[in-house]
Every structure is written in structure tokens, then in C-alpha cells.
Design a protein around this ligand. Structure first.
Ligand SMILES: Cc1cc2nc3c(=O)[nH]c(=O)nc-3n(C[C@H](O)[C@H](O)[C@H](O)COP(=O)(O)OP(=O)(O)OC[C@H]3O[C@@H](n4cnc5c(N)ncnc54)[C@H](O)[C@@H]3O)c2cc1C
Length: 413
């Protein structure tokens, strides 16, 4: 019997790779260092609340997700298209007029940017949808901020809406992320739903893992060294293998293969969860901080989208913080103060559930980036690499890299 292919890392890249190999009968062992699959897409059940480890969503337009997931089985629930924007004079609704034409006038007259800015959003959306998805990553590169200026957006449109929205997606409030990523994100948001699974985001990787033979996925197994024909675990165990696939996040990959070290600081994020008696907003929409003040960039009430996210009689509030100056002790009081300014005395009743600090949330995709759009996946004959930092920082990017590595293995026979 020949040796198996070893996949190191059970995030979406590793799971996708395993799924593709399993589909054509290639033997593999997937080694995951933590106690569950999913990597950055995990969910904790805390006192009946489903807490995703950092606020995140599935965009149903992702081609890789459409290819592999059974959306019905995930019981996806969608956010309402658009967002609520907090400015100095209250909360304003910016709907998606293409999908919610009934709100076109309200959106056109919302005091966010100018009327011309709203036409520019339409042009941006049209431009994002042009050509193939791959070609989006080959467009002329500059920062997102630069591209928004080039497109003529006013400062107020950028600061009130585009900065908190795109900054929340890229985890980069300065919008230095490549505009190629902006086009990708706009395209995905406009071509499908923004959704949460009924059982939390971890249901996504779990669905992939459920299709794999149980004895091929080993949890609590940290790889400490790799060679082309074997991997060594922290426990000292040595597993002979045919190919090695490094499907970890970038810093962990660099520990195994120093040539994969990143020269840029990754994007970090903190997510603060509260239990509330009443939801602070009734809409199933993302709330964006268009004031530039305070620590919370965006907020949402996941239990308004999926009732499972909170036990009966309570709501789950998720606040995302991008600013990193605050230490952990002063974070919650700062968030609470800001929320009280936004929503009044009802916030005094909120109970802090948990704070997640994610030091490596996304790879740094500051311009210049995606040159080439897909970084080398085959390092040496028997060592391959996948993960979102090889493609782009998204569920789709991670899955795409996993699929391409599996195809590479199949090509090499
Ligand atoms: C807070 C947050 C919000 C996000 N929001 C979104 C969103 O809304 N939409 C979206 O598309 N994307 C989002 N992303 C990005 C997306 O989650 C990631 O791009 C994707 O999940 C990365 O998958 P991956 O397989 O490349 O890496 P990971 O998920 O990091 O998986 C790597 C795995 O390797 C394991 N590992 C590491 N070292 C070893 C070792 N030595 N031995 C064995 N195993 C090891 C790790 O434990 C981990 O399970 C978000 C990410 C975060 C953190």
C-alpha cells in the first residue's frame, strides 16, 4: 500500500483539498492541531448563544462555496441587503436599490454622500460585475482609497459608508487594501445573499468534514516538522507520506517552511459579544459606524437574522473593533459607552458574554497585492501549500487554493 497524502490544517483550505482528493479516491490524512475543524471559522455555544469566533458571514455568490456546500442543509438565513449607517444625526438606511427597489427613494435621499455618489455606487457595482471573476484580480492595482477617489466619491461618502463597510470586510480602516479585493467583494455582495447558517458559521466547515472518512481526520495533532516523504508531530510520531500539503494559516506555515514568512503585519480584529433583552435594531442589517468616532466599526444582531443565535427572550449583539490601541481591560467599557450613546439607557442592561481577539484574522493585502493573483502552490515536487494567503483573504479564496492544490496532486499522478 502506498503512503497517504498528508494535509496539515483543517481550515476551509485543508478541508476543501481533502474533499476533492477523497472524491477521486486519493488516500489522505488531515492533521489539525486544535480540537475541531474550521480554523478561523469556528463557533462556540456559550449559555445558549452561538458565538462565531469573530463576526463573519457567508456570501452565497462565492463560486467555490456554491460548488461544494449544500446551502439547504446549512439552513442559511440572509441579511437584508444594504446597511444602517450611524452618523452624527442618527441612523440611516442605505438599501440595495437593485434588490429592494421599493426603498430606492429612501436610499437616494438618505443623508449619506451626495445623489451623484449613489450613482457612482451603481457604476462601481456594474464595473465589479464585468469580466470573469479571475480577471478582477488582474485589474490595474492601487489602494481601495485611491480607487474610490479616482471614481469621484466624496469624502463624506467614503467616511460615512465605504470606509466602515469595506474597512470592516478588509479589517483595514485605512483602505490600503488592493482595489482588486474591493471589486471582488462588491461583486460577491451584489450577486448573492449575505448569510448565516442556522447552527453558526462552524456548520460550514463541519459540512465538509462530514463528507470525509472519520479516521482520516485527526484532531489535536500538531505538526512540528515536514520533509517531502514524512511529517513529524509534536508528540514525536512520524507519518510517512506521499505528498505534504501545508494548509495552515501563514504564520504557522512559516514555522514549518521559513520561505513562507510574510513581510507585512497581518490584519487583526476584536469582536465583543453582548446579551441584550431587546435588540438595539430591529432590522436584519449590518450597522456601520459612519461617525469615525468610538471604537466600534460595525455592529449587528445575529439573532435577528438567525433566531438560534440567542436563547428565547434574549438577543445577541456583536460589535467589531478594528482599532488596536485599547487594551483588553478598557475595551468593553469603551464599547459599552459608545453603544449607550447610540442606543440609550437600554444598553445598561446588556451583559458582556465574551470577547474574541484574533491576531491573525486576514492576510495583509495592501497594494501591491495579487501579483500574481495566485501565489505559488507547489513549492517543491512533494510539498504543496494552500490557504487564503495564497489567493485572497476570504472563504472563497481559502477554498479555491485547496481545490487547486488537490488538482495539482491529481495532475502529478
Ligand atoms: C473574524 C474574521 C472574520 C472573517 N470574516 C469573513 C467573512 O465574512 N467572509 C469571508 O469570506 N471570509 C471571512 N474571513 C476570512 C476567512 O475566515 C478565512 O480567509 C478562511 O477561513 C481561511 O481559511 P484557511 O483554511 O486558509 O486558514 P485557517 O482557517 O486559519 O485554517 C488553518 C488551520 O491550520 C491549523 N494548523 C495551524 N498550524 C498547524 C500545525 N502545525 N499542525 C496542524 N494544524 C495546524 C489551524 O489550527 C487551523 O485550523 C474572516 C476571518 C476572521 C478571522
Amino acid at each position: 500500500m502506498s503512503n497517504p497524502t498528508v494535509i496539515i490544517g483543517g481550515g476551509l483550505a485543508g478541508l476543501t483539498c481533502a474533499t476533492q482528493l477523497h472524491a477521486v479516491g486519493v488516500e489522505f490524512i488531515l492533521l489539525e492541531s486544535s480540537d475541531g475543524v474550521g480554523g478561523r471559522v469556528r463557533t462556540d455555544n456559550v449559555d445558549g448563544f452561538l458565538l462565531d469566533r469573530g463576526f463573519q458571514v457567508l456570501l452565497t455568490a462565492y463560486p467555490e462555496a456554491k460548488r461544494l456546500f449544500d446551502y439547504d442543509a446549512l439552513k442559511l438565513q440572509a441579511f437584508e441587503p444594504g446597511s444602517l449607517i450611524r452618523t452624527d444625526n442618527g441612523l440611516h438606511r442605505m438599501s440595495d436599490p437593485w434588490r429592494r427597489p421599493q426603498h430606492v427613494l429612501q436610499t437616494a435621499f438618505a443623508p449619506i454622500g451626495s445623489f451623484a455618489d449613489k450613482v457612482r455606487i451603481g457604476r462601481l457595482r456594474w464595473s465589479a460585475g464585468r469580466g470573469t471573476l479571475d480577471s478582477v484580480f488582474e485589474r490595474p492595482d492601487c489602494t481601495t482609497e485611491g480607487e474610490l477617489r479616482r471614481r469621484g466619491f466624496t469624502q463624506s461618502m467614503v467616511d460615512n459608508f465605504l470606509r466602515p463597510f469595506l474597512g470592516g470586510v478588509f479589517l483595514d480602516q485605512d483602505l490600503q487594501t488592493s482595489c482588486r479585493m474591493m471589486y471582488f467583494v462588491f461583486r460577491m455582495f451584489s450577486q448573492g445573499d449575505t448569510a448565516l447558517p442556522a447552527d453558526g458559521m462552524e456548520a460550514i466547515p463541519r459540512q465538509l468534514a462530514a463528507g470525509l472518512p472519520e479516521d482520516c481526520v485527526r484532531l489535536n495533532s500538531t505538526v512540528s516538522a515536514i520533509d517531502p516523504d514524512r511529517v513529524t508531530l509534536q508528540s514525536g510520531e512520524v507519518i510517512p507520506c506521499n505528498h505534504v500539503i501545508v494548509a495552515t494559516e501563514q504564520p504557522a506555515a512559516a514555522r514549518l517552511l521559513p520561505e513562507l514568512a510574510a513581510s507585512r503585519t497581518p490584519r487583526k480584529v476584536r469582536c465583543v459579544y453582548f446579551s441584550a433583552r431587546e435588540p438595539p435594531v430591529a432590522d436584519r442589517m449590518l450597522v456601520l459606524n459612519g461617525t469615525g468616532l468610538g471604537v466600534v466599526n460595525n455592529l449587528c444582531v445575529p439573532s435577528q437574522v438567525v433566531s438560534n443565535y440567542a436563547p428565547d427572550g434574549r438577543s445577541l449583539v456583536s460589535a467589531t473593533v478594528l482599532k488596536s490601541e485599547l487594551d483588553d481591560d478598557s475595551l468593553v467599557p469603551n464599547v459599552t459607552t459608545q453603544m449607550r450613546e447610540w442606543f440609550g439607557a437600554s444598553v445598561d442592561e446588556w451583559k458582556h458574554l465574551r470577547t474574541y481577539t484574533i491576531p491573525y484574522a486576514l492576510p495583509n493585502q495592501t497594494t501591491p497585492a495579487f501579483d500574481p493573483p495566485i501565489q505559488l502552490l507547489k513549492l517543491r515536487d512533494d510539498i504543496l501549500v494552500c490557504g487564503d494567503y495564497r489567493t485572497n483573504g476570504s472563504i472563497n479564496g481559502a477554498m479555491q487554493s485547496g481545490r487547486l492544490v488537490a488538482e495539482e496532486i491529481l495532475k502529478s499522478g
